[in-house]
Design a protein around this ligand. Sequence first.
Ligand code: GAL
Length: 677
Amino acid sequence: MVLDGRLCYGGDYNPEQWPAEVWKQDVELMRQARVTLVTVGVFAWSRLEPAPGRYTFDWLDQVLDLLHAGGIRVALATPTASPPPWFSLAHPDALPVTADGVRLHHGSRDTYCAAAPAYRAAARRITGLLAERYADHPALALWHVHNEYGTTCHCHHAEAGFRRWLRDRYRDLDALNDAWTTSFWSQHHSDWAQVSTPRATQYLPNPGQVLDFRRYWSDELLAAYVEQRNLLRAATPGVPVTTNYVLGDWVPVDHARWAAEVDLVAIDHYPSDAGPAAEEQIALAADLARGWARHGARHHARATDGDLPGARGSWLLMESAPNLIYTPGRMHTREPGRMARHSLAYVARGSRGAMFFQWRAPRGGAELFHSALVPHAGPDSRIFREAVELGGMLDRLAEVDAGVVEAPVAIAWDAASGWALQQRALPSDRIHHHTEVAVAHRALRRAGYACDPVLPGDPLTGYALLVLPALYLADDDTAAWVRDHVHGGGHVVIGYLSGVADEHARIRLGGYPGAYRDVLGVRVEEFHLLADGEEVPLTGGGTGRFWAETVRVAGAEPVDAYAAGVLAGQPAVTRHRYGDGVAWYVSTRPDEGTYQRLLDEAARAAGASPTCPDAPPGVEAVRRRSPEASWLFLLNHTASAQRVPTAGIDLLTGAVVEDAVTLPAGGVAVVRERAGA
Ligand code: GAL
């Protein structure tokens, strides 16, 4: 446990932005809100080392002592996401360079190249000092390395690192030339010195080079993290170490791979919408975090030490916004009540608590209007009152930390497939792996199924159904993973653009989807791209969008067909018995209702059932279960009261639930279910 039996509640605390008088008031307010954990020091480097080698830890000593006296634990951060101005001046070669060759300057945060030796050395130095000084501090509960690894660089350090990484992967240049298909457009390399990072270039870049650069850069950032983690682990073997993941398609980090190196997966999550779309985004982000945690735990160095929380799918929401959410053009308000309901939605899906950015709204600086638990208005405010209320709720929910989220469906997620489908000159720039995962996840969620994201190769025992949404890349092992699963009796739904390319983003020939033709009993000859807004009717009554294909059946039975256009009469959805299992193929993006019904049918046929079949539409139901108990989270996202049949004790109110709970509009219940429920 991170916090000895309590859920994590709090957020980024930046005392360096305030005079010491405010610190005491902060601790008082934290106690009032039942805060259990705060992240300290994330961007404090210039306050800890104002000049090279001159250290001023005294203020941090005082802050940690004050927090400890107030019973609040600390996630102590290394400040390496924001080197001080003196560092950049002394080491201009450590400033980042864009793909256009522009060197960025100090003035924001993250102005460093993670591959620059001077930066890495400085980061190790300040981390080592923090580790040494605070190893025995009683407030220390968790190490928080850096902040949101996610910057990229094309400087000569990055280029040298890329070449080293490529030599390691390919050994000789011929293998690299082959993987990158450099026979196309005269790109054959005859010396390693010719190999560069994918900088701005005249026309379309080489897809293999772009993909490998993203893989390399994720590994380079990971190496920077691991250096710090090792120093911290050596100083405090018993204190877990993490870093907060930033989510987004632009992020050059393979979070699943990183999960084996953190002791607790932690994500920051800022939905791009304040309303119902936020609820879908929250569910997906939370499920991804859980999937990464489980995947990571299997490969973790401490995997043999017994029960790692990650193996149970535990992770932590490290940052979220209490109120205003940044959306393009203007910020959006989180309506009253949403902060609690949304926070509990993460906890329902495995988070060990709810943390926010940030504790107290700053009076200046780049993010001066970002929402905070103590807003500019001060504690006499709706937001702070909601913060106090949320603290009380989390206090009553501590026992759910023992529960594992029940999910009968697995959904494949793969960073590299996402990166490969971001390349230019693909048949459609509307189709991305992550979007397709989100669409399938939404359909499953609406049909009432919880699902666990899995990575190719992960064990599939216990999952009734596996869904592959545009899992574009498939090496031979991935193809065998799916084949063996279905042959052995598993059920799978495979979406278009899955298994089309190999691990180097080269097409698997002979008809799409090369990796899964045999399992699916189909052979796709051609793609037919639909215009934005265009729909093709399906004979089953729904429509297809964005994408359609010429599907030739080779053993599969058609389940739905195109009803008009060039594909009229040809299969759109097929089903194939393969070995003891069943493989569905979906060659278009069905409209939401059709997709939901299709996945529901596939899941039921595979033996799965929704979490709470009687939950009315708009009420999200998620169950966590331990060997001793089960907890049903019910989140009413609608504007009216809803009744859900269940029995047990509502932990939030303490009320005994005889046969049904009535949730007020926007309300939440967490029912410890009566045994046998
Ligand atoms: C996060 C970041 C925080 C803050 C926040 C604003 O991505 O870690 O430092 O910038 O976004 O939403």
